[in-house]
Each structure stands twice: as structure tokens, then as C-alpha cells.
Design a protein around this ligand. Structure first.
Ligand SMILES: NC(=O)c1ccc[n+]([C@@H]2O[C@H](COP(=O)([O-])OP(=O)(O)OC[C@H]3O[C@@H](n4cnc5c(N)ncnc54)[C@H](OP(=O)(O)O)[C@@H]3O)[C@@H](O)[C@H]2O)c1
Length: 295
């Protein structure tokens, strides 16, 4: 039986890597896209494109027709539309969802927590074999520093001492590929995912500076200043939610886990490797805005 995988977020951080890996393994890939025209310009040849939206279950039901697995991102609706569509699909044999380590219960009403907690519960209720990937923060979050580093050598962050084992999105894609094309799954499997080493912002910026051949510095800035700094790129409410997630992560102290190696057979990529492979992203002067300008 040939595999057919529906990939959501195929133009995004993890999905773009997943698509290439699935195609290379001979899988049939269908990308769910809000704008097929935009996606067609980005996706490799051979990917089927289905117009749809993660919050529109009718579009998902039709996009799921004829595939036996789906790679799911959670949208603002906390997986509601996807769970509904998956429950009504006839050919689906498994779901792999990208979630996150999130606190649950009263007091944790941050939408970034809620969407993951609700999303996991709703997809579970769809009754299909389900693999929940719970990566920590992505190495690619460092791209948030690119505008400041195009303008100067200083990165301003709210929590410079926050140490997290950032994960390379390519490793999440490798894990998803192994699960989607691996042995027939059963039940619900939760997989926390991490990179190889917890690094605070000082350490990550130091590595990035070594890779770029520059001496970079980190400054602690107030939450309000950071919200202003990212105003052109992130909606204000979302920026505040991210700061709250960071506060949670300071207390949570995400551990380094072995799951990438266990599932893929390879060690997770280091932050240095991520930085070396994305160095070009830190030399685009047109997006420059230093954090002093935003203060
Ligand atoms: N970033 C992190 O550090 C981190 C950490 C832990 C967990 N996560 C989880 O990982 C997920 C993906 O990471 P990311 O933040 O880097 O996102 P991303 O992959 O860049 O998300 C954007 C992708 O999702 C698609 N998309 C967004 N909303 C959609 C909708 N309503 N319908 C259809 N497609 C939609 C976009 O398609 P278009 O081309 O149509 O825009 C694009 O392909 C997050 O949602 C989060 O759950 C992230």
C-alpha cells in the first residue's frame, strides 16, 4: 500500500522540511494550503496541493480524502476543526500533531497554552492512533534577532538567562517522517522533543557571533520595550503571550530528552549547526531595526 500523507503548515518552519523528506522516501504528499498559488511557488514539484484552512473542517475533510496519515499543526481553534474532520474521515490510519509542553488547569489561560492542551485532547477524541510531538522552543526562534543584528551587534531580550534545549526544526521533521512512515502505530504516544543541550540566550548569541565572525552582545530589556521592538512583526497580544510562555519555561526548566536519537537513530542537531546553516538570514539589512530605535 502506498503512503499518502496530508501535511499542514507545509510552507512553514517544520512542514517545509517534512515535505522534502517524505517525497524522498517515496511517499505521496498532499499539502493543505490557504493560498495554493503562494504554496505552489514554494513547494517542490510532486506535492499535491489542496486548498484548505485548519479552522475549516469541510475543507479539511475533503483534503483528507485518499490519504492514510496526516501531519497536523494546531491553529487558534485548538484543533477543533481538524479533530472533527479526522473523526469523519474513512481512510486515515494515524495523526502526528505538533504540540508543545504546556501547563494545564485553572490559571493557565494563555491562548498559546490553551491551544496545545485543547488540541491534544480533541485529536485524542478523534479516536485514531495519535503521536503527539512536544518540542521545546525551536532553534529558529533566533531569527527574531535578525532585524537587530542587521542594524548592530546587540540583541535585546526580556529573559537573557532563560536556558532551553532548543531544537532544530529539521529534527522535528525527521521524527515526524520516521513516525509517519514507520510501523503501524497504535494508541496515543506522547513524545517530548529537545535539542542536545540547554543554552541560555547569552550562549546562543555567543555561538551565533562565532559563526558570523562578529562579537555580539545581549541586553536585558523590559517587556514593554520588547513588545514595541517587535511591533511591526508580531501582534501585541501575541508578543505578550510569548513573554508569558518564557516565564513558564524559566520555572519549568525543560529537560534534554533522548527521543530524537531514539526515533531517528541520529543525534539532534546542535544550535551551532542550525546557526551555520542559517547564517545568511542574519545579513539582510533591509529589515534592520535596532532595539534602541524601538525604545
Ligand atoms: N516556534 C516554537 O518555538 C515552537 C515551540 C513549540 C511548539 N511549537 C508548535 O509548532 C507549531 C509550528 O511552528 P511555527 O510557530 O514555526 O509555525 P509555522 O510552521 O511557521 O506556521 C505557519 C504554517 O502554518 C500554516 N498555517 C497557519 N495557519 C493556518 C491555517 N489557519 N490554515 C492552514 N494553514 C495554516 C501556514 O500556511 P500559510 O502558507 O497559509 O501561511 C504555514 O505553512 C506552532 O503552531 C506550535 O504549535 C512551536
Amino acid at each position: 500500500m502506498g503512503h499518502g500523507v496530508m501535511v499542514t503548515g507545509a510552507t512553514g518552519t517544520v512542514g517545509r522540511h517534512l515535505v522534502g523528506r517524505l517525497l524522498a522516501r517515496g511517499s505521496r504528499v498532499r499539502a493543505l494550503c490557504r493560498s495554493p498559488e503562494h504554496a505552489a511557488a514554494l513547494l517542490p514539484r510532486g506535492v499535491e496541493i489542496a486548498r484548505g484552512d485548519l479552522t475549516d473542517s469541510a475543507s479539511l475533510e475533503s483534503a483528507l480524502h485518499g490519504v492514510d496519515a496526516a501531519f497536523v499543526l494546531l491553529a487558534e481553534d485548538g484543533g477543533e476543526a481538524f479533530a472533527h474532520a479526522a473523526y469523519h474521515s474513512t481512510g486515515l490510519r494515524q495523526l502526528v500533531v505538533v504540540s508543545a509542553d504546556a501547563p494545564r488547569g485553572p490559571g493557565f489561560d494563555n491562548p498559546l497554552f490553551v491551544k496545545h492542551v485543547q488540541g491534544e485532547a480533541r485529536l485524542r477524541a478523534a479516536g485514531l492512533p495519535l503521536t503527539v510531538l512536544r518540542p521545546g522552543p525551536f532553534a529558529s526562534l533566533a531569527l527574531q534577532w535578525a532585524p537587530a543584528l542587521a542594524a548592530g551587534d546587540l540583541v535585546g531580550v526580556v529573559h537573557p538567562d532563560l536556558a532551553v534545549p532548543v531544537i532544530d526544526p529539521r529534527d522535528i521533521a525527521e521524527v515526524a517522517t520516521a513516525v509517519l512512515l514507520g510501523p503501524e502505530p497504535a494508541g496515543v504516544r506522547i513524545l517530548p522533543l529537545s535539542g542536545p543541550q540547554a543554552l541560555d540566550v547569552h550562549a546562543r548569541v555567543r555561538v551565533l557571533g562565532e559563526v558570523l565572525g562578529r562579537e555580539l552582545k545581549v541586553a536585558r530589556i523590559a517587556p514593554e520595550q520588547w513588545v514595541r521592538l517587535v511591533a511591526g512583526r508580531l501582534p501585541e497580544a501575541y508578543a505578550r503571550q510569548l513573554i508569558e510562555v518564557e516565564r513558564y519555561l524559566i520555572e519549568r526548566r525543560l529537560p534534554v530528552v533522548a527521543s530524537v536519537r531514539e526515533i531517528t537513530g541520529s543525534a539532534p542537531r546542535s544550535f551551532r549547526t542550525w546557526a551555520q546553516d542559517h547564517a545568511a538570514a542574519f545579513s539582510a539589512p533591509d529589515r534592520a531595526q535596532s532595539f534602541e530605535e524601538a525604545s
